[in-house]
Design a protein around this ligand. Structure first.
Ligand code: ZN
Length: 291
């Protein structure tokens, strides 16, 4: 039987959610605190953000577990609570999931560099990703979304870890920068190399998020579409950030974001959402434009 997300993709342009951490900060999460701690302390506030995205038109929302890799939680001294934090992240999102909508168990980067560039052992990283994915699925996540990865190698470890758990739909998204030769990750991997590697490792969908604003994502989506037949998920930031008074702010309006998103869809994206600087208003504008 096809996965529920595959059925949605077949029927329509699938809408994901927008920024989560920034919404929690707006709800009172102290800046500098890992948002994942609120899965235990303020589940009501986390659920409220998910509820707003579903109400805005998201077919899929990400669980509050971006920074909940056991490797990353170890920095805060709470690696031993990784299973609980991830399971709760999925349970909270599922508690407000309307009929027919989905929860993506969110996996972000460890924040460490793999050997030989850094000291992260690949086997340890893969084991940590496996435990995170397992806890997200046990909390009810309908799929796994690996995102904001700037290292193809680390993304592949997370993909293999999730796929090792059995029949699970996995979408994996890299963050690209733009240079005169095209789009490359921070580690120098290009679009077609990444697509081939992800297909070879069994990805169900591939994508890109963060790094670029919606205008640059139009061209990136076209380049990605040319390199794969897998479904594509594109989640741009709300334009390019500007620094004002020491704060990073995004100046794009929801209408501008939605109009670029339509061009991203035309360029070949099957699924659209937002990253940094996007809110439920952006997702609502996006959902309306796509309809
Ligand atoms: Zn972002």
């Amino acid at each position: 039987m096809p996965h529920k997300l595959a059925e949605l993709i077949h029927d329509k342009t699938v809408i994901f959610d927008g920024g989560l951490g920034s919404m929690l900060i707006a709800a009172g999460l102290p800046v500098g605190t890992g948002p994942e701690a609120w899965n235990l302390d303020r589940p009501d506030a986390v659920a409220e953000v998910h509820r707003q995205y579903f109400a805005a038109g998201s077919h899929v929302v990400h669980s509050n577990s971006f920074g909940a890799s056991p490797v990353k939680l170890a920095e805060h001294g709470i690696a031993d609570r990784a299973a609980e934090i991830n399971r709760r992240a999925a349970e909270i999102a599922c508690s407000v999931r309307p009929e027919g909508r989905l929860v993506a168990g969110d996996i972000g980067p460890t924040g460490k560099m793999l050997q030989p560039f850094g000291d992260l052992d690949p086997a340890a990283a893969e084991d940590a990703f496996r435990r995170q994915a397992d806890a997200l699925l046990s909390g009810g996540a309908d799929l796994i979304s690996i995102e904001t990865m700037f290292s193809l190698d680390e993304a592949l470890l997370a993909l293999r870890a999730a796929k090792s758990l059995g029949e699970v739909f996995v979408v994996v998204s890299l963050t690209y920068n733009r240079n005169p030769r095209g789009f490359f990750t921070m580690m120098g991997d290009g679009v077609s190399k990444a697509a081939q590697a992800f297909e070879g490792a069994g990805a169900d969908a591939i994508g890109s998020n963060c790094g670029l604003g919606s205008a640059d994502m139009v061209e990136l989506a076209a380049a990605m579409r040319a390199g794969t037949r897998l479904p594509l998920l594109i989640q741009p930031n709300a334009g390019q950030p500007v620094v004002e008074g020491g704060c990073t702010v995004y100046r794009q309006t929801p209408a501008e974001f939605a109009s670029d998103a339509l061009r991203i869809k035309t360029a070949g994206a099957d699924m659209l959402g937002g990253c940094c600087g996007t809110t439920p208003e952006f997702i609502q504008a996006l959902a309306r434009a796509v309809r």
